[in-house]
Design a protein. Structure first.
Length: 150
């Protein structure tokens, strides 16, 4: 192999590394909340404040999905949490839906919407598997780049 292939492999490695970093940060954030689940003693009733529309497509179809942004009050202050991992087909959520929000009394921004706890745990496991796969490809690209430079 020549050095130009090594540069291509190195660029692919850097792209995968950036993707890994983004997934890792999101995983860390969700895992931090799940690890503190036993400390989430505060309860509040949350309502859907907004439905964020996400457009999806494949080769044959286009469709709209949405996920809710839940607003809840703690000590007179309103907090919001976006549940991007709870994305569903458009029309699955209603603006009048009410949910139980468990939060950390010291920091109400750390919260879990009880009805979506299992979905959050499942999403965290999927991110972990995705990171393992990314690391596998990153290692392969790095070794390919190194061997092409040698």
């Amino acid at each position: 192999m020549d050095k130009s292939m090594g540069i291509i492999f190195l660029v692919i490695f850097l792209i995968l590394a950036a993707l890994f970093y983004a997934v890792w940060r999101n995983y860390q954030k969700m895992n931090r909340v799940l690890n503190q689940a036993h400390n989430l003693n505060g309860n509040a009733e949350g309502t859907v404040k907004e439905l964020v529309t996400v457009y999806r497509r494949n080769r044959s179809f286009r469709w709209k999905n949405e996920y809710p942004v839940i607003a809840y009050n703690v000590n007179g202050q309103t907090y919001e949490t976006a549940l991007a991992f709870a994305e569903k087909r458009a029309g699955s959520y209603d603006m009048n839906d009410r949910y139980t929000v468990c939060y950390l009394p010291e920091d109400p921004t750390v919260c879990i919407v009880e009805e979506f706890r299992s979905k959050m745990q499942s999403n965290t496991k999927q991110k972990l598997v995705g990171m393992v796969v990314l690391v596998f490809f990153m290692i392969n690209m790095l070794f390919a780049a190194i061997t092409s430079f040698i």
